[in-house]
Design a binder for this molecule. Structure first.
Ligand SMILES: [Zn+2]
Length: 107
C-alpha cells in the first residue's frame, strides 16, 4: 500500500465530533486526540467495548495557583473555592467498562 493510499484511508476514517475532538480509527484502534470536560461515548482501545467514560476531577497546577492568588489578595476565606469548583480542575477520563485510563482534559 502506498503512503498516499494510507493517508487517504486515514482521512476517510477520521471523524470530527460535535465537541471538536478528532477521532482517528486505525487498525481497529481508536485514538482520541483531545478529551472534553464532559463524559464521552467511545470504543475503548483496551477492552474494545463501546462505553461511556467516567470523569474524575483532580487538582491541577492552575488550581493551586488560583488558590494561592486568592490567598495573596486577602481573600484567604475564598482560597478553597478552586478546589470545590469542578470547572477549575483537570478531568481524567476512564473507561466505563474496564476502568483503564484513556486521557485527560486539561483545565
Ligand atoms: Zn475499556
Amino acid at each position: 500500500m502506498s503512503s498516499s493510499n494510507l493517508v487517504e484511508q486515514i482521512k476517510n476514517t477520521s471523524k470530527k465530533t460535535s465537541k471538536g475532538n478528532t477521532i482517528v480509527i486505525t487498525g481497529g484502534h481508536t485514538i482520541i486526540s483531545q478529551f472534553g470536560p464532559e463524559t464521552q461515548i467511545l470504543r475503548c482501545p483496551y477492552c474494545k467495548h463501546m462505553a461511556q467514560t467516567i470523569v474524575r476531577p483532580s487538582a491541577a497546577v492552575k488550581t493551586h495557583l488560583m488558590s494561592a492568588l486568592l490567598c495573596m489578595c486577602c481573600c484567604w476565606l475564598c482560597s478553597c473555592c478552586p478546589y470545590l469548583i469542578q470547572s477549575c480542575m483537570d478531568r481524567s477520563h476512564y473507561c466505563g467498562n474496564c476502568h483503564s485510563f484513556l486521557g485527560k482534559y486539561r483545565f
